[in-house]
Design a protein around this ligand. Structure first.
Ligand code: G4P
Length: 195
């Protein structure tokens, strides 16, 4: 998605060979015009997938998920992150380890917001090792729903999340795919244009 890549080029900064900072439009300040375009792009890619619900995770997944939900005419549920909680029967709970932040969170979704038969589009801001996406997918499946796809705003393709999710059979659609952040430079994956 060219508009997103342009925002990354002009407003993103490389913090290290593994971390891209995009707090100017995605993780802190939010650009609503860009978010609306991101929502349209996700909706276009998943329009035929029979989506009944979007599932994301707080905080930064919510804005792109909401814009996609508006386009697709479905509700958004966002998983909450908690530091470990005493088990509660009314929640789905998955442990999600963040390699980037080196913390383990328990990710929870209220049982009342996912239904058997739901076709769920999972949306998140970043895809690194895929831990968050796998955790959300397990929750959908535990609820008796199906993961219809995984929509990612920025995929760091040099980390293994996308490959692992695809190997597990999930459809992953990433709007910007980063091949490398070496030498303080953002290198995008070359997109093959099919005639
Ligand atoms: P994974 O789920 O794919 O395995 O990713 P990982 O655990 O590494 O990511 C943990 C958190 O770090 C997530 O945010 C994710 O969005 C963020 N993150 C991962 N790589 C980058 C990066 O290159 N740049 C930035 N800016 N963030 C990155 P979170 O803890 O859920 O934060 P938030 O959604 O509350 O903002």
């Amino acid at each position: 998605m060219e508009q997103l890549k342009q925002a990354i080029r002009t407003e993103g900064s490389v913090l290290s060979a593994n971390v891209l900072k995009v707090d100017a439009f995605l993780n802190h300040r939010i650009d609503p015009v860009l978010m609306a375009a991101i929502g349209r792009e996700f909706a276009e890619r998943f329009r035929e997938a029979g989506i009944t619900k979007i599932l994301t995770i707080e905080t930064s997944g919510i804005a792109p998920a909401l814009m996609a939900a508006l386009e697709l005419g479905v509700a958004v549920v966002f998983a909450r992150k908690q530091k470990s909680l005493t088990m509660r029967d009314d929640l789905y709970v998955q442990k999600v380890y963040s390699f980037t932040k080196q913390v383990e969170n328990e990710v929870t979704v209220s049982r009342k917001f996912l239904e058997k038969g739901d076709r769920v589009l999972i949306i998140d801001d970043f895809l690194a090792h895929g831990e968050a996406a796998f955790g959300l997918a397990k929750i959908v499946e535990e609820a008796g729903g199906a993961v219809a796809g995984i929509g990612i705003v920025i995929e760091k393709s040099f980390q293994n999340g996308a490959a692992k999710l695809q190997e597990a059979g999930y459809r992953v659609e990433s709007l910007a795919r980063i091949a490398s952040l070496e030498n303080n430079q953002v290198q995008f994956v070359e997109e093959t244009i099919h005639a």
